[in-house]
Write a protein that binds this ligand. Structure first.
Ligand code: SF4
Length: 342
């Protein structure tokens, strides 16, 4: 198998909660949020990796660690074999960030409302000293706008973000990321704030760019239904840990962790003929706080299949197929009896 483009090993991020004066006075112990708790994953060139989970599971923190917007508490990240978790030098960080770009969830606040589209797209070129003249940069900006199908580009250059629709704004965000020819893009819920009618359009465009521009995505989403269309590999994240991972089709068609199964049950069935009736999502309650991770299997307080051992022992990663693993004592034994909408 080819070498991964990006590799994370035991990637960990813990945040210390600042104590108030009175908490210190009372001698209260410092609390730590275990946002990302030792995850491993590989991303291969032009094979998208999606990370799925509820809000607060740590998926955005993983994205920020990959961008080196946060420093890991422990563990390592390798980009093309180079350990990027150890980079602290500004120049090296700048070079790394040219290869990796991020698209944010909210296109309405990701673009500076005071700047025209031309300025927004020229800024990354200026930061990275790309283009010898204004004309050369203008050509690059035209090309980037054409890549994201905002044509003719001249029509958009003098506009401000508020003059664009949500879908057009997200295309500008994509153009701003693509203008540096990155190797991979961390896309943090890139379509969740868009109208349903334009979500598929933007995802289709992102998919087209994989081959056109040789780019790979790390796609962060809470919506497991969009991953079937967009992803090659999936990591299902729960409370700071990846509890199931594998090829997209394997995870979606033969989910082996009860949490993945619950996420799939929650996907609405588009065909009323095949409706699921009153089938209820089998888990209850909210995701626990990252300051108080349950003992044993972190999913046990919400798991409909939990047994005595689950509360006591943290499950190992069990191989349930080729490149498909799940962290559950009973992985591969728990039946999933719902036909998944494709
Ligand atoms: Fe549920 Fe136990 Fe598996 Fe955890 S180890 S997911 S609690 S069955």
């Amino acid at each position: 198998m080819a070498e991964p483009l990006f590799k994370a090993r035991n990637l960990t991020k813990h945040f210390q909660i600042t104590q108030s004066f009175f908490q210190k006075l009372r001698g209260k112990e410092k609390q730590v949020v275990r946002a990302v708790d030792g995850v491993d994953f590989d991303i291969y060139w032009k094979k998208n990796f999606s990370v799925v989970g509820e809000s607060g599971c740590g998926k955005t923190t993983v994205g920020k660690l990959m961008m080196r917007l946060l420093d890991p508490t422990a563990g390592h990240m390798y980009m093309k074999g180079e350990d990027i978790s150890a980079i602290s030098n500004r120049q090296q960080l700048k070079a790394y960030r040219r290869q990796t770009q991020m698209i944010y969830q909210d296109p309405f606040s990701a673009l500076d409302p005071r700047h025209r589209i031309r300025t927004i797209l020229e800024e990354p070129l200026m930061i990275h000293d790309i283009g010898d003249s204004r004309e050369e940069r203008t050509d690059m900006i035209h090309e980037a706008l054409e890549e994201v199908r905002l044509t003719p580009p001249e029509k958009f250059l003098r506009r401000y973000p508020h003059m664009l629709s949500g879908g057009q704004k997200q295309r500008v965000s994509l153009a701003r990321a693509m203008i540096l020819n990155p190797d991979f893009i961390v896309a943090d819920e890139p379509v969740s704030m868009l109208d349903v009618s334009v979500r598929a359009e933007v995802l289709n465009l992102m998919k087209d760019l994989i081959d056109e521009e040789d780019v790979t995505y790390f796609y962060i989403t809470h919506d497991i239904s969009t991953t079937r269309f967009f992803t090659d590999y999936i990591g299902v994240m729960y409370l700071g840990d990846i509890v199931e991972k594998g090829r997209g089709g394997d995870v979606l068609d033969t989910p082996s962790h009860p949490y993945t199964q619950a996420l799939l049950v929650a996907v609405p069935e588009p065909d009323p003929e095949r409706g699921r009736g009153v089938k209820k999502v089998p888990i209850t309650g909210e995701i626990p706080s990252g300051t108080n991770i349950p003992s044993g299997c972190r999913f046990h307080p919400r798991c409909p299949h939990a047994k005595e051992i689950c509360e006591k022992k943290d499950p190992e990663e069990i191989k349930v197929g080729k490149e498909h693993t799940a962290k559950c004592h009973f992985a591969g034994e728990i039946e999933f009896d719902i036909e998944v909408a494709k």
